[in-house]
Design a protein around this ligand. Sequence first.
Ligand SMILES: NC(=O)c1ccc[n+]([C@@H]2O[C@H](COP(=O)([O-])OP(=O)(O)OC[C@H]3O[C@@H](n4cnc5c(N)ncnc54)[C@H](OP(=O)(O)O)[C@@H]3O)[C@@H](O)[C@H]2O)c1
Length: 261
Amino acid sequence: MTRPAALITGASSGIGLSFAHHLARTGHDLILVARREDRLRAIAEELSAEHSIDIEVMVADLADPDDLDLVEERLQDGEPVALFVNNAGFAAFGKVGEGDREDMTDMLLLNVVAFSRLADAAMAGMKRAGQGTIINVGSGTLFTKLPGYAGYGATKAYVAYYTRVMQVEAKDSGIRVQLLIPGVTATDFHAVAGHSVDDFPAERVMEADDLVVASLRGLELGEAVCIPSLPDIADWDALEAAEARIAPNASRDKVAARYHG
Ligand SMILES: NC(=O)c1ccc[n+]([C@@H]2O[C@H](COP(=O)([O-])OP(=O)(O)OC[C@H]3O[C@@H](n4cnc5c(N)ncnc54)[C@H](OP(=O)(O)O)[C@@H]3O)[C@@H](O)[C@H]2O)c1
């Protein structure tokens, strides 16, 4: 590979596929990861022909430890990856007490275990190279309490916390880490969760391409957190300020006055 390389998980559809198109256009070689080999090969053929770039296809079920190992190795020990889009994920829908626990476990394996192991491997590889960019894909469920999405929302709260600590740790390392927080996006995600994207009012649904343009622009702006549809990023800053007020009082040697008596 001769151009900066971008590894994208979940590159066979939706947001990951849109990243593949945009990064191909901006002169990246690509490493495309997902389970559906036919789709990945067709995408690789199309993008390499259109943009004269090198594309590596890694067919991997990231919930499978052996497949996950291979992608980790590629990120940590392979030819340097300049940009890692940690994107693959899905929602196991179901109210607590009514859900499919196997589905829930598969979701945790992908959204939490694979997400963390790949973030860790990418950071290790980029530390070796002294540079790189990681985009971790969270979700706007972070700001909601949606019935049926307790597990999914919790996995994305995990992504958010993990990423925010990565950002603190990566300070002055030359490695950028973006927390990307999509709202409802027009992809297969909703069908996979057993719904239709048409259930949402059109004004709440973003196209994946618009989301990806915002994410890449957010990197240029140096934003740590990209919430593409949020008009004023000061709202996020206010959330962080509220946390900073609570933090010192969340651990004290005495209970608060309202618990006395
Ligand atoms: N769409 C939304 O409204 C929305 C909102 C907030 C956050 N997000 C997040 O955005 C990310 C991308 O989702 P999307 O909206 O683009 O949905 P999508 O179109 O369903 O894409 C999901 C991608 O993940 C891959 N994937 C699923 N299971 C996998 C596994 N076990 N191993 C490897 N790859 C796997 C799929 O490919 P294969 O099936 O080929 O493996 C596919 O490429 C997810 O993390 C999702 O949680 C989406």
